[in-house]
Ligand binder design. Structure first.
Ligand code: GLV
Ligand code: MN
Ligand code: MN
Length: 409
């Protein structure tokens, strides 16, 4: 029996593993991740899975099929959060997948394939500025150059792994072979308003939009705020203000395009000093790679033309680029059937948010099921779902798993 109340109470319990008092922030390789992982390991074992932490800190549970050692249907989502997050982004997918296995185990059922459930340690990329680290390690596409990326305290990824008890040299051991994994499927809250507007509890994802992420540094000259006349200044922050507006105006030029400056820092940062340097992040996303690439090029060229007359230098660091990840037709068809079997209208929709499937796509075919969330609000403590929708999502996902037929080789 699938227990939707348990799905929600487990999301509540995970939300207590937080560095933010009274809210939820849980970043990669933190003590809070360790606490959340302990909970997940316990729930996996309760669902009669063998459970372990892999070489990059993902939690991996395995429920054998009708004989040991079969290739698996891999299910999962992430356990890390943004800062001051909601409690369902990521966690709902991990907890629901465990619940589906729990129901199979309680009924003594084994399938003609194994099931693995993964709680990815890093999807959001909050701590090191590089996303999808957990799923990239499993997909075998982890870039060792990321090991020197630093968090806001100057701790490198390699150092953080060591303090967590992991060995960076052994990350390769987390990678899975293609013949071990039949497909990857993830349940996730929609994080947008489409399902709510159409009165539907779930939707089948067609593709995950691509993204480009950059760190932009503008260098002007710090100076005395009382003495330097306006015409003689090289103020990096006023230049940055214009750049932020340029991002907005380029992104507004196409309905499917979005562009965000989510973080900005000015130095030296005093009331009576002209800001000499500004660093800001840029995140551009679109459902077509060519649209995203041309928008990004336009934004960067606007930065140059804004900054040149201000005598402010622009430098741009590439953080990440990811093309659109298309969900597999054969898996979407099986997910459609699971939705229809619950008596629901099948609604297909693209994902504007990034997901672990983007990395898993390099290893295997992917599918996603979205669950409606209130007001489409996410990356916000107000994120909310109903128990009824959690139950529908779990039923559809459980049916997808039970009826799953691997693609013929
Ligand atoms: C992850 O949630 C992202 O889309 O940034
Ligand atoms: Mn997120
Ligand atoms: Mn997510």
């Amino acid at each position: 029996m699938l227990e939707s109340a348990r799905i929600l109470s487990r999301c509540d319990e995970l939300a207590l593993c937080s560095e933010l008092p009274g809210g939820l922030t849980r970043v990669f390789l933190s003590p809070e991740q360790r606490a959340a992982s302990e909970l997940i390991l316990g729930w996996m074992r309760e669902a009669r899975m063998s459970a372990r932490v892999d070489a990059i800190g993902n939690v991996v549970g395995r429920y054998e099929g009708d004989r040991p050692g079969l290739p698996c249907l891999m299910l999962g989502s992430h356990l890390d959060t943004v800062r001051d997050a909601g409690r369902y982004d990521g966690m709902l997918g991990v907890v629901t997948a465990i619940e589906c296995v729990h129901a199979l185990a309680a009924a003594g059922k084994r399938l003609p394939f194994a099931i693995e459930v993964v709680g990815f340690g890093d999807e959001e990329g909050v701590r090191f500025g590089a996303t999808l680290l957990g799923s990239r390690a499993i997909a075998g596409t982890f870039d060792a150059a990321t090991l020197v990326a630093k968090d806001r305290d100057g701790v490198t990824l390699a150092e953080a792994m060591r303090s967590y008890g992991l060995e960076p040299e052994r990350i390769g051991e987390a990678a899975r072979r293609k013949d071990e994994v039949l497909a990857y499927a993830e349940l996730h809250i929609e994080q947008g308003p489409v399902l709510e507007a159409e009165g539907l509890p779930v939707g089948v994802v067609t593709a995950i939009n691509g993204f480009s992420r950059r760190r932009v540094t503008l260098k002007g000259e710090a100076g005395h705020s009382g003495t330097v006349p306006m015409g003689l200044r090289r103020d990096a922050l006023t230049a940055a203000a214009e750049c932020v507006l340029a991002v907005e105006s380029v992104a507004r030029s196409e309905p499917e395009l979005v562009g965000t400056v989510g973080r900005i820092e000015a130095s030296p940062g005093a009331i009576n000093v002209i800001p000499g340097e500004v660093r800001f992040t840029l995140d551009v996303r679109a459902p077509h790679d060519s649209l995203r690439e041309s928008a990004l090029a336009q934004m960067l060229s606007r930065f140059e033309s804004i900054c040149a007359p201000r005598r402010v230098a622009v430098s741009v660091e590439v953080l990440q680029d990811h093309g659109v990840s298309v969900c597999a037709d054969w898996l979407m068809a099986q997910m459609d059937r699971a939705v229809a079997a619950e008596g629901l209208r099948v609604r297909r929709l693209p994902s504007g948010a990034g997901h672990d499937g983007m990395a898993m796509h390099a290893l295997t075919d992917i599918a996603m099921l979205f669950v409606r969330c209130k007001g489409g609000i996410s990356h916000n403590p107000a994120e909310s779902i109903t128990e009824e929708d959690a139950a529908v999502g779990a039923r559809v996902f459980a049916r997808f798993i039970a009826d799953f037929v691997p693609q013929k080789p």
